[in-house]
Write a protein that binds this ligand. Structure first.
Ligand code: 3PY
Ligand code: MG
Length: 256
């Protein structure tokens, strides 16, 4: 069967995910084959739609790594659909209250944790599963929910969000968080107050027994986050892989 994010975290401790905005499945498959532990398809700011997510998950499965989907803001129906398509985890942006977190968990978890409706057509195919009841029994634990913490409201409600059954993890959005903490003055994930806020979220989530993820713009940042003990680290975007790879090769080619 296809490895799940849970199994990757169990065997490697940390998961470094590619972050894919380009909707062609070959881009997602290329990232999976480039060595990332898993691949995230972004429907919030990336160009993915339900069709490209469906094709992307299949392409990522060819490289035998887990696929993760970031849904658009508040689109919890898409969380269920992406899981039915075989996503191993869902990242929901802008979870600002316990109510948001409950709505997210309801869409992503079967009873008794939530209200997800039955129909994991592609997910069961990709998992090589034929026994529905066994799949039903295992899947709440095998598919992870990441609630994004990236606003002042989310910081204020963090302990309540962490207490919602069916929320497995938080994922820090350092760019939006930096905009919020500067009241719109700038976007700077590495600003000291922003890094302090991230450390505070990490500590409180750990205390609540939840997994913690964060977005890193550079490899050096990702290395720092690994040292701090984050479970799940997004590293750059497909646009950056393309630009940096091209720039490195062009610099070599044009060197005197
Ligand atoms: C943020 O930094 O705000 C994010 O959503 C990461 O992608
Ligand atoms: Mg964000």
């Amino acid at each position: 069967a296809l490895p799940s994010l849970v199994s990757v975290l169990r065997s490697r401790g940390t998961c470094l995910t590619a972050w894919i905005a380009m909707p062609d499945p070959l881009v997602a498959e290329g990232a999976a084959r480039a060595g990332f532990d898993c691949v995230t398809l972004d429907m919030q700011h990336g160009l993915h739609d339900p069709g490209s997510v469906m094709r992307g998950i299949g392409a990522i499965a060819l490289a035998r790594v887990p696929a993760i989907v970031r849904i658009p803001v508040g689109d919890f129906a898409m969380a269920s659909r992406a899981l039915d398509m075989g996503a191993s985890a869902i990242i929901a942006p802008m979870i600002n209250s316990a109510e948001d977190a409950r709505a997210f968990a309801a869409s992503a978890k079967y009873q008794p944790l939530g209200e997800r409706s039955w129909g994991p057509v592609r997910a069961m195919q990709l998992a090589g599963a034929t026994d529905g009841s066994a799949f039903l029994r295992d899947t709440n634990a095998e598919t992870l929910t990441f609630a994004m913490i990236e606003t002042r409201a989310a910081l204020a409600a963090l302990d309540e969000i962490l207490a919602v059954p069916g929320i497995d993890a938080v994922f820090i959005g350092p760019s939006d968080l930096s905009i919020a903490l500067s009241d719109g003055a700038n976007v700077d994930p590495m600003r000291a107050d922003n890094q302090e806020a991230a450390a505070n979220i990490l500590a409180r989530a750990r205390k609540a027994g939840k997994l913690v993820g964060i977005f890193a713009i550079t490899g050096a940042q990702a290395k720092q986050y690994r040292a701090l003990g984050y479970d799940f680290i997004a590293l750059g975007t497909d646009g950056a892989y393309f630009r940096l790879g091209a720039a490195t090769m062009l610099d070599e080619a044009r060197a005197e």
